[in-house]
Design a protein around this ligand. Structure first.
Ligand SMILES: [Zn+2]
Length: 478
């Protein structure tokens, strides 16, 4: 911490309004096996220091891969020079929301350091899953993946905060592809990516799931096409993770709402005057942001502005209730404090507002997944993520899925293929009329959420219980 504190002291001597310095190690190992061979093992270790300076009303950011004091002073000077330059053309006064001083440490709770386990252990498990998949009838391809990540940060700022964080992430995936009946179809098993130790990977049941996805990939080849027209959908937690990510998570990032992301990721229909009044969903829809969630991919204790991670509602009882807000924009919301969701992926990246862990709260009454299906006369049950698109205002959206079943008289009667549905995002959430209880709650998430320019890939958890949506327009994709 000494060099960071020294750098901050150096900048304080230069009359900056605010400055922080972040030492950031990004360590990632990626394994990919295809059929019965290792396709790729990559390892990256990227580390350095990013320094952010506010001078009057101008921001500057500079970074270096060196950590000696001479390099840090030079980098601090560079950030300061940029801030002074930006101040000359500053359009408005920068109002920085207050944050208590934190002298703290945060670490993902792990039992076994994933990077301390010999790589052959994970390779063996992935190859074994591949072998089981390849035993499936008409299966032509097996793919297995594992991503291990460790992000270690030290943070110091001019307000006296000194924070150390150590976050471990695991993302496993397996996939089967079958060819039969003139079709080629894939099916995946994506257990929730988690901030966890290697024990999570050891606890996964690849055998049962490898057999299941191999059989379902083939079954999908024989499925009948869906009918075009409005119908009822029941969506599983993994599928809903993508839907909420695109139609609620991104539109409620305040920087995006205010146009700061327009040239890259787009804007948002969920503008500030809609807060606390706009009916984003039906009354049973509650979407909760929670960066304190244990094992959540965005749970890092403190964000890259030195703000403590928090929990709040994005949608409460169907009404737009909050945004992801950084320290600079909090005053526009009349918020005294940012909500701790500003993150950078690597040391050279400027921290930006990133989606928090975001989940659909389970239904309040007792309702299992099976009861939800049994309670549905006609419709389609969708599992997993597939293709998607959504416009730059996050209104008009279209989703596929990984696997589809027809529901007839409360029963799953067989697989369907070529299913896509489209909707206006808030009309979709308004049409939600049932959510299964917490016994059916499952997590999913992403480590590749793209935002910013240059683009940064961030990670966050999602979750849901299966939920039902009425009168959704389904189209045959072929
Ligand atoms: Zn995203």
């Amino acid at each position: 911490m000494d060099n960071l504190s020294e750098t901050i002291k150096y900048l304080q001597g230069k009359k900056v309004r605010f400055a922080d310095a972040r030492e950031h190690l990004f360590h990632e190992r990626e394994l990919h096996t295809e059929d019965t061979r290792v396709e790729q093992i990559t390892e990256q270790n990227v580390s350095g220091v990013g320094i952010k300076v506010l001078y009057e009303n101008g921001w500057g950011y500079a970074s270096t891969s060196a950590k000696d004091m001479d390099s840090l002073r030079q980098t601090a000077d560079k950030a300061l020079a940029l801030a002074k330059y930006a101040d000359k053309t500053a359009a408005a006064k920068v109002v920085l929301a207050a944050e208590p001083k934190h002298v703290a440490k945060f670490a993902t709770k792990i039992k076994e350091d994933p990077f301390a386990v010999d790589v052959s252990d994970a390779v063996g498990a992935l190859l074994e899953a591949g072998e089981i998949i390849l035993k499936g009838k008409d299966v032509i391809k097996a793919n297995s993946y594992l991503v291990l990540r460790n992000m270690r940060k030290k943070y110091a700022n001019t307000e006296g905060s000194l924070i150390e964080t150590d976050v471990f992430t695991i993302l496993p995936q397996i996939e089967a592809t079958a060819r039969a009946n003139g079709e080629v179809k894939s099916r995946h098993y994506w257990p929730a990516p988690m901030n966890s130790g290697y024990e999570y990977f050891r606890g996964l049941d690849f055998k049962t799931n490898a057999e299941r996805i191999a059989a379902q990939a083939r079954e999908h080849c024989f499925a009948k096409s869906c009918e075009t027209g409005p119908t009822t959908l029941i969506l599983d937690p993994e599928h809903l993770s993508l839907t909420m990510h695109e139609s609620v998570g991104h539109p409620t990032e305040l920087d995006r709402v205010l146009g700061y992301e327009e040239s890259c990721a787009g804007r948002s229909f969920a503008t500030m005057e809609k807060l606390n009044t706009f009916k984003y969903g039906s009354e049973i829809v509650n979407l909760v942001a929670d960066n304190t969630l244990e094992g959540g991919l965005a749970s890092c204790g403190y964000d890259d502005e030195g703000v403590e991670c928090q929990k709040w509602h994005i949608i409460k009882d169907g009404i737009l209730a909050g945004y992801g807000v950084n320290r600079e924009l909090a005053h526009k919301m009349k918020m005294a404090r940012a909500n701790g969701t500003t993150r950078a992926t690597k040391y050279s990246d400027v921290p930006i507002t990133r989606m928090p862990n975001l989940y659909l709260a389970p239904g309040k009454g007792p309702l299992t997944r099976e009861q939800l299906i049994a309670d549905t006369e006609d419709g389609i049950y969708i599992e997993g993520m597939g293709s998607f698109s959504i416009d730059q205002m996050r209104l008009n959206m279209q989703f596929g899925g990984d696997a589809f079943w027809e529901i007839k008289k409360g029963k799953l009667t067989g697989m369907l293929k070529n299913v896509t549905y489209n909707a206006i995002s808030y009309e979709f959430w308004r049409s939600c009329d049932a959510i299964a209880d917490e016994s059916a709650f499952r997590r999913a998430g992403f480590i590749t959420c793209g935002k910013g320019d240059p683009m940064q890939a961030a990670q966050m958890t999602h979750g849901a219980s299966p939920a039902r949506f009425r009168n959704i327009m389904v189209r045959r994709a072929k």
